[in-house]
Write a protein that binds this ligand. Structure first.
Ligand SMILES: [Zn+2]
Length: 196
């Protein structure tokens, strides 16, 4: 699976052979599509996805190009999961978040737990800082202190997404860029995972 922030750009890169195989760095070519499925966006909106599949010209391995608007194995968009984390960082309880987002309590509780895991939250922040270090170090110095670790991580991620947007991807929504920056693992810890 390869996370793609900009699906239009990925199609162009497949045509020109500049999208590289994550296993061997060979050029990827179009190889049909993965199974169509839908994910839930805000409220009752759903997004229908039919991710592109690509095959490596060199090692023949196939890879699904998953738009970063969704996280692998999650039924909700990065924007919905991110909104839940933002609400949690500002002190809203998970019952209220679940009601606001119209999601099951168990799902939201699972997201919020990931947002309270210091190791995971520090990992999220580190992803943001490593992008900012490449894009614009001055933004790191300007980050405002936040009340919680999760707040710090989300603030760094927002800054990284906005900087990335201005410099490289003006048409890609910020949460999609955050999905890309966090490798689709906004609430997926390295430990064993459950479907959310
Ligand atoms: Zn390959």
């Amino acid at each position: 699976m390869i996370g793609i922030a900009d699906t239009g750009q990925a199609e162009t890169d497949l045509t020109t052979g500049t999208l590289c195989c994550p296993s061997c760095a060979g050029p990827l070519q179009r190889w049909g599509h993965a199974r169509a499925h839908s994910v839930r966006d805000h409220g009752t909106t759903t997004l229908a996805l039919r991710p592109r599949r690509a095959r490596c010209h060199t090692c023949r391995g196939t890879h699904v190009l998953l738009p970063a608007v969704v996280a692998p194995r999650r039924a909700d968009t990065t924007a919905v999961i991110g909104s839940a984390l933002q609400a949690s960082a500002s002190g809203t309880g998970y019952r209220r978040i679940a009601a606001q987002l119209q999601r099951p309590l168990s799902t939201v509780r699972h997201w919020i737990r990931a947002g309270r895991d210091p190791a995971h939250v520090e990992w999220l922040r580190a992803q943001a800082l490593s992008w900012l270090a490449q894009l614009d170090r001055d933004v790191i110095a300007d980050l405002e202190p936040q009340a919680t670790l999760l707040g710090e991580a989300l603030s760094a991620l927002a800054a990284a997404a906005l900087t990335l947007r201005v410099q490289l991807a003006p048409h890609v929504p910020p949460w999609t860029l955050i999905g890309q920056i966090t490798h689709g693992r906004l609430v997926t810890r390295p430990a064993p995972t459950r479907p959310g």
